[in-house]
Write a protein that binds this ligand. Structure first.
Ligand SMILES: [Zn+2]
Length: 61
C-alpha cells in the first residue's frame, strides 16, 4: 500500500507542472480517443482534449 502511494506522488507533481503551462495557454491537445468526432448542427467536428488539464475543444472540419 505504501508503495502505491509513493508511486503516485511524482505523477501528481507532473500534472501540476503541466497545469501551469495550460494556464499560460499551452495546452497539450490530443484527439479525444473515446469520442474523436461529434456532430454539431449536422456538421462533423473533431474533438480534442488536453492531456494535462482535460479541457475540451472542438474544431470544424
Ligand atoms: Zn490544458
Amino acid at each position: 500500500m505504501g508503495d502505491i502511494l509513493q508511486f503516485k506522488k511524482p505523477r501528481a507533481k507532473d500534472k501540476h507542472k503541466g497545469k501551469s503551462l495550460c494556464k499560460s495557454g499551452f495546452h497539450k491537445w490530443e484527439v479525444d480517443k473515446s469520442k474523436p468526432f461529434e456532430t454539431r448542427e449536422g456538421r462533423l467536428v473533431s474533438r480534442y482534449v488536453c492531456a494535462r488539464c482535460g479541457q475540451v475543444k472542438t474544431e470544424a472540419k
